[in-house]
Ligand binder design. Structure first.
Ligand code: CMP
Length: 147
C-alpha cells in the first residue's frame, strides 16, 4: 500500500540551489509532497536526529554539516516510497553514486560520503520516527524559515 518517507535536502543542496530541481524530480517520480518546511537546525536537534550515529567517528562533523545552513524537509508519499526514494538518491557515498548510480540525485549534487546533499529514511520505523521528529507538535531546534 501507500507509504510515507522523510526526505531532507541538506545544507549543501539548499546552498547550491538544487532544492527546486529535486522537488521537480520528486513529483515527476510519482511522489506526493504531503508536508514541507525549511528549517535551520540547532546543534542539539541535529545530534538528536542522528543519535543512532553518536558513536561514529564522523558524528561531530555530521552535526556541524547539518547545522551549517537551512535544510528543506519533506514528507513524501507513494507506493513503496521508502525504497524508491533511497533508489532515487543513490548510495550514501556520493563518489560511489557517481559510478554505480550515475542518474541519482547524489550524483547530481553530492560531494562525498558526508556531504551527500539529501537524506532518506532507511526503514518504516525510521520513517515514522523521522516524520514525527520534524512534524509533530514543536519544531525541533527552533527556526522554521519562511517560503
Ligand atoms: P544520511 O543518509 O543522512 O545518514 C547518515 C549520514 O551520515 C549520511 O547521510 C552522511 O551525511 C553521513 N555519513 C555516513 N557515512 C559517513 C562517512 N563514512 N563519513 C562521513 N559521513 C558519513
Amino acid at each position: 500500500g501507500s507509504e510515507r518517507t522523510l526526505a531532507i535536502v541538506k545544507p549543501d543542496g539548499v546552498w547550491s540551489n538544487h532544492a527546486e530541481e529535486i522537488k521537480k524530480i520528486v513529483l515527476a517520480s510519482g511522489f506526493s509532497i504531503l508536508q514541507e518546511k525549511t528549517v535551520q537546525l540547532d546543534e542539539e536537534s541535529a545530534a538528536s536526529f542522528y543519535s543512532e550515529h553518536s558513536k561514529k567517528k564522523f558524528f561531530r562533523s555530521l552535526v556541524q554539516y547539518m547545522i551549517s545552513g537551512p535544510v528543506l524537509v519533506m514528507v513524501l508519499e507513494k507506493e513503496n516510497a521508502i525504497a524508491d526514494w533511497r533508489m532515487l538518491i543513490g548510495p550514501t557515498d556520493s563518489n560511489k553514486a557517481k559510478i554505480t548510480h550515475p542518474r541519482s540525485i547524489r550524483t547530481m549534487c553530492g560531494t562525498d560520503a558526508e556531504k551527500n546533499c539529501v537524506h532518506g529514511s532507511d526503514s518504516d520505523q525510521s520513517a515514522q520516527r523521522e516524520i514525527s521528529f520534524f512534524f509533530s507538535s514543536e519544531t525541533p531546534g527552533g527556526t522554521v524559515m519562511g517560503h
